[in-house]
Design a protein around this ligand. Structure first.
Ligand code: AMP
Ligand code: GLY
Length: 425
């Protein structure tokens, strides 16, 4: 199989490295890719949201499959355009990707089909939203932009001032463009967070090994929300009982609900969950692999990923036995100084070999550029330093030992990835 992966972050690097293990895969391409990916797959400069460009590239390369990894091309309908040309894909079509593309849609879906989630109201004018906040008078309040916002569209407001400010800048100031024309205000939930990515062909749903993200920029869950500063797998809060509860109350009902709505979901459906004192509730759905969850989940996969992708496309997922290694995995993100706000690019990186790797770990590149044998920073999240081990402690020790050897000016990372997971035992 010749496979083209669309995207250019650590998640895409992880997908490519797993596909590389498949004896069926002969050629791997990535667009736009990044410095690290370019050491393992041929990269092109067609942007990840350029639908016509990706269709043309797929035809030119005569690929057998295109894996559309990021949210925005999925929400824009890249899969539909590729399928219209008879090209096999991995990823949901536009009708199904709305489960991530619109929080108003996903909240209404959950309400209609009785899937547990935080209570909420939807608003399109700031005056009614503010009136509602004043009436509820319950803080922290959770305010979410309806559409895609690079993981930055959720504000946890500590008091009325912050909440009013958030509503005004989202609805009136169009902080996230049309994505914040509508907002969802929801009940604040507490409990450990659990990410469960799943493979589904619309009939069968197979949860992958669970993981835990660390969204805040700084140690102790301080600082701004980011795309994710590190992950561990498996997530110890995802017990056998909780897994059963999720399958019965959340995973199957969601697949069935999407079918009932005429929006059959095929691809990777990501369940962002919170184990609250009143049971597990859905915080969000994503229509794709998580980043950096994929970097800790796929290394533990013990089944041919190309076979799984093909089965999802063909609707034969129930024929495959998907296996996982009995190990732990940890990923520590090294980010550019200033991230998630503004940050410099083009800073030389030290401590990695000619493939952008380091001893004892695998370095997934998220935002790097490769030039004349050197790596330079080229994004907010730069690399994800990842290790597996018999125990989580072992995996974390290996990751952090490598992190200390890699450096670039201004770079920073969290020192407490996996701390909450270790405390669960
Ligand atoms: P989301 O992008 O919807 O996953 O939200 C980003 C982060 O905000 C989540 O990972 C949670 O940490 C937090 N969050 C979102 N919704 C809620 C909620 N209803 N209650 C408490 N925290 C939340
Ligand atoms: N790490 C969270 C996400 O991919 O949305």
């Amino acid at each position: 199989m010749k496979i083209l992966v669309v995207g250019g972050g650590g998640r895409e690097h992880a997908i490519i490295m797993k596909l590389k293990e498949s004896p069926k895969v002969t050629e791997l391409y990535c667009t736009p890719g990044n410095g690290g990916i370019s050491r393992y797959a041929e990269c092109f400069d067609v942007g990840a949201t350029d639908i016509d460009g990706v269709v043309a590239l797929a035809k030119q390369l005569a690929v057998d499959m295109v894996v559309v990894a990021p949210d925005d091309p999925l929400v824009l309908g890249m899969v539909d355009a590729l399928n219209a040309e008879g090209i096999m894909t991995f990823g949901p079509n536009k009708a199904a990707a709305i489960i991530e593309g619109s929080k108003v849609f996903s909240k209404e879906l959950m309400k209609k089909y009785g899937i547990p989630t935080a209570g909420y109201e939807t608003f399109s004018d700031s005056a009614s939203a503010i009136e509602y906040l004043k009436k509820q008078n319950s803080y922290p309040a959770v305010i979410k932009a309806d559409g895609l916002a690079l993981g930055k569209g959720v504000i946890i407001a500590a008091d009325e001032n912050e909440a009013v400010e958030a509503v005004k800048s989202m609805i009136d100031g169009r902080q996230f463009g049309d994505s914040s024309a509508n907002v969802v205000i929801e009940e604040f939930l507490t409990g450990p967070e659990i990410s469960v990515l799943s493979f589904t062909d619309g009939k069968t749903v197979v949860p992958m090994i669970s993981s835990m993200d660390h969204k805040r920029a700084l140690d102790g869950d301080k600082g701004l929300n980011t795309g994710g500063m590190g992950t561990v797998a498996p997530n110890p809060y995802y017990t056998k009982e909780i897994a059963e509860e999720c399958m019965k109350n959340i995973f199957l009902p969601t697949i069935n609900a999407m079918n009932s709505e005429g929006r059959t979901f095929k691809g990777c459906l990501y369940f962002g969950l919170m184990a609250t004192p009143k049971g597990v509730k859905v915080i969000e759905y994503n229509c794709r692999f998580g980043d950096p969850e994929t970097q800790v989940v796929l290394p533990l996969l013990d089944t041919d990923l190309a076979d799984i992708f093909t089965a999802v496309y063909n609707g034969t997922l129930s024929d495959i036995d998907i296996k996982w290694k009995d190990e732990s995995c940890a990923c520590v993100i090294m980010a550019s100084g200033g991230y998630p706000r503004s940050y410099p690019k083009g800073i030389e990186m030290h401590g990695m070999d000619e493939n952008g790797q380091a001893d004892g770990v695998f370095v997934y590149h998220a935002g790097t550029k490769y030039e004349n044998g050197k790596f330079y920073t080229n994004g907010g999240r730069v690399i994800g330093v990842t290790a597996t081990g018999d125990t989580l402690r072992g995996a974390l020790d290996k990751s952090y030992a490598a992190v200390e050897k890699i450096s670039f000016d201004g770079g920073f990372y969290r020192h407490d990835i996996g701390k909450r997971a270790l405390e669960a035992k």
